[in-house]
Design a protein around this ligand. Structure first.
Ligand code: CP
Length: 327
């Protein structure tokens, strides 16, 4: 048996983690999500110790394999793995044999051949982690694939919300911005609906895919609207998304000025939300576009907390996934 911080802090829930990979949140059950949150609570306690390190994953090798830029996801996974005593290998497409034409399949098989147990990967193509997972015995954690999914971001966002609200059941969460290109919005919608939240996806019509209206049997509701001033009324959580200029074809919004006029979260708009509403953003921010600087750094902003919680949640996921293969 592994020496688990979760067990030390008594957070076992009776549910066990059985998945080799974490590719999205769409198929996670309520019990699995609760297990991640409970385990992350134990990890947060570990992070608060004077020496924020345990040896739970000693002998485990974690590789980060990033084909696209990242600050938060890559850094927090590295800190998370090292906090659990794992060995870490960091690879980016630039500077690796990917530049010489090595395929994704050969790359993950190479990492497996050198003893890698868990590969955290980010790829600019939607679906790439699914392909990788089929061709390696190592576990794959999706650190963001194209416009499709970002499951660890959704779980750390949920952890942050639950820490403040107790539960998201019946709570109103408004996700505003470039929904069309947002893997964060998609993965968040699945976890939030599963736990009974009322989710509103809001943005300009050209950035709002009406075909993406997720439904979870027995879960909360999802609505789609272009009217942000109405959507934010009474919201418990307001999550602004980055305008993904690098993924947009030209001409999806008339101008940034018009976008700001209709969709920027500013002090005037935030006043319309529920008192003490949580203001969130997955980062990186285009400050002055999605959020006005005063609210981005104001009392309701949970943005830095999201980043810090990313370490605890990613420790939990590494632990659950690595422990499954070692038990
Ligand atoms: N939120 C997020 O995925 O940030 P990075 O791109 O910096 O990893």
């Amino acid at each position: 048996m592994l020496d688990t911080p979760a067990r030390e802090t008594g957070t076992g829930s009776g549910t066990t983690w059985t998945r080799k990979d974490l590719l999205d949140t769409d198929s996670l059950s309520r019990e699995e999500i609760d297990l991640v949150l409970q385990t992350a609570r134990g990890m947060k306690e570990v992070r608060s110790r004077p020496v924020a390190k345990v040896s739970t994953l000693r002998g485990v090798t974690v590789a980060t394999l990033f084909y696209e830029q990242s600050t938060r996801t890559r850094a927090t996974f590295e800190v998370a793995a090292k906090s659990l005593g794992a060995d870490v290998v960091n690879l980016t497409a630039s500077g690796s044999s990917v530049e010489k034409g090595e395929s994704l399949i050969d790359t993950v098989r190479t990492l497996e051949a050198i003893g890698t147990d868990v590969i955290v990967m980010r790829h600019f193509r939607s679906g790439a982690p699914y392909l990788a997972a089929r061709h390696t015995g190592a576990s794959i954690i999706n650190g963001g694939d194209g416009t499709h999914a970002h499951p660890t971001q959704a779980l750390l966002d949920l952890f942050t919300m639950v820490n403040h609200l107790g539960s998201v059941e019946g709570r109103r969460v408004v996700i505003v911005g470039d929904i069309l290109h947002s893997r964060v919005a998609r993965s968040n919608a699945w976890t939030l609906l599963r736990l009974g939240a009322e989710v509103t996806l809001c943005g300009p019509a050209t950035l709002l895919p009406r075909w993406f209206v997720p439904e979870v049997p027995g879960g909360g509701r999802c609505t789609v609207t272009t009217d942000f001033d109405r959507a934010i009324e009474g919201a418990d959580v307001v999550m602004a998304l980055r305008m993904q200029k690098e993924r947009q074809q030209r001409g999806l919004i008339p101008s940034l000025r018009e976008y700001i006029a209709g969709y920027q979260v500013n002090a005037r708009r935030l006043e319309r939300a529920a008192p003490g509403a949580l203001l969130m953003h997955p980062g990186p921010m285009n400050e002055g576009i999605e959020l006005s600087p005063d609210v981005a750094h104001g009392a309701q902003s949970r943005i830095e907390e999201q980043v810090a919680n990313g370490v605890a949640v990613r420790m939990a996921l590494l632990y659950l996934i690595a422990a499954r293969s070692r038990s």
